[in-house]
Design a protein around this ligand. Structure first.
Ligand SMILES: [Zn+2]
Ligand SMILES: [Zn+2]
Ligand SMILES: [Zn+2]
Ligand SMILES: [Zn+2]
Ligand SMILES: [Zn+2]
Length: 383
């Protein structure tokens, strides 16, 4: 137990004080280190000897999720390091709409052939797959160990790599993705992603024991947020061996409309504030072909998100792959982006995901980002 001189009843903490994170399990940290400006400006209030305040720390080193996941997710600094997680970040294990995004979760929209009404226990054990396997060609996406089957994984890899053989659709009118990029070009075509469809509230199977309910159960493997030694800031690693096709986590953030994201980006650009690259939920483009204004949704994990926010990008040979998952909404307007291992991953290996960044796209806010992924397949070849 460290002892600090603690000032009680200090009305506000001066901005000029640096936050030093002690990493104590109590979840408290202390403000120390007066800088010279504070010494001058606030001489009447503080003495120039190191002054320490007690302040609640936002992030718990033992569990950044603060109980939101079924397993704790600790964060570990570099040896002797004092890095802290972003102060303006709040962990959420569920995606929540910011303001205008319309997410229609309605029981009446789930039709009879989009749920299973005669199942009991585990749908995977049925002799004949139920309706909930329809999306994946009458065969469930998961095996008995809760991992995505090899063929579906391969298909997802082909789709994310833009394989020529994958089915594409082209927008008939204005392409919302081009608009989002700030470009006036014609639609480049969208690869139709293969979805996983999980059992949900209308299904009569067991809520925990049905093997077709994986993503909705949340994180189950032991993960850790750590300070990377290679200059990438925070990263995520597994502390146990993961098999191929294992569900690691969902990519969660605030759900925004396209317009809301534009407004935010403008503000951030003016303030030069740090933010994350949003992930578009663009599968709707493939089903609707003509989208209403503001119908394109995206996930922004800058301020609200889950452990996926700390997963670093890696070009080409990342060990995670995203697969879209339908749980609540059969209409593809809102769905889940789930991250699975592409192959077996050993304990303490960093988990990485290829965000499919287009480094050559001059209109994209990505311009400011230098890729430090270290992959031999790195696509950031800019001088
Ligand atoms: Zn079923
Ligand atoms: Zn089921
Ligand atoms: Zn398009
Ligand atoms: Zn079902
Ligand atoms: Zn790279």
């Amino acid at each position: 137990m460290k002892t600090f001189a603690v000032f009680a009843g200090v009305p506000s903490v001066p901005q000029a004080l640096e936050v030093i994170n002690t990493g104590e399990s109590s979840g408290e940290s202390f403000f120390l280190h007066q800088n010279s400006r504070t010494c001058t400006d606030r001489r009447s209030f503080f003495s120039c000897a190191p002054v320490r305040y007690k302040k609640k720390q936002r992030h718990d080193p033992n569990d950044i999720a603060k109980g939101a996941e079924s397993v704790p997710i600790p964060f570990v600094r570099a040896p002797g390091g004092d890095e802290s997680l972003p102060e303006d970040f709040t962990y959420t294990a569920v995606a929540v709409a910011y303001e205008k995004a319309k997410i229609e979760i309605r029981l009446c929209k789930i039709e009879q052939d989009n749920c299973c009404t005669a199942c009991f226990g585990n749908c995977l054990k049925k002799k004949w797959p139920c309706h909930c396997a329809r999306e994946t060609g009458g065969e469930f996406a998961y095996n008995e160990d809760g991992c995505v089957k090899k063929e579906l994984l391969r298909q997802a890899v082909r789709e994310t790599q833009g394989d020529e053989a994958c089915r594409r659709v082209t927008c008939e009118k204005e392409c919302p993705m081009e608009v989002a990029r700030g470009s006036t070009e014609k639609c480049r075509g969208h690869i139709v992603r293969r979805f996983i469809k999980e059992c949900w509230v209308k299904c009569t199977c067991h809520k925990k024991l049905c093997g077709n309910r994986i993503v909705q159960q949340g994180v189950r493997y032991k993960l850790e947020v750590f300070w990377t030694p290679t200059g990438k800031g925070w990263g995520v690693r597994t502390t146990e061996d993961l098999p191929m096709g294992a569900f690691v986590c969902e990519y969660i953030g605030e759900i925004l409309t396209n317009t809301e994201l534009d407004e935010r980006n403008e503000e951030r650009f003016l303030k030069q504030s740090r933010h994350f690259y949003p992930i578009y939920l663009d599968s709707d483009v493939c089903t609707e072909r003509i989208l209403e204004d503001d119908h394109l949704l995206c996930l922004d994990c800058t301020h609200y998100g889950n452990v996926a926010r700390f997963i670093n990008h890696r070009c080409g040979d990342a060990n995670l792959i995203d697969i879209p998952v339908e749980i609540e909404c059969p209409d593809r307007h809102f769905y889940h982006i789930a991250l699975f291992t592409k192959h077996a991953v050993s304990a303490m290996e960093e988990l990485t995901w290829d965000y499919q960044l287009d480094f050559a796209d001059e209109n994209h806010p990505i311009k400011a980002f230098r890729c430090k992924c270290g992959s031999r397949e790195c696509k950031d070849t800019r001088e």
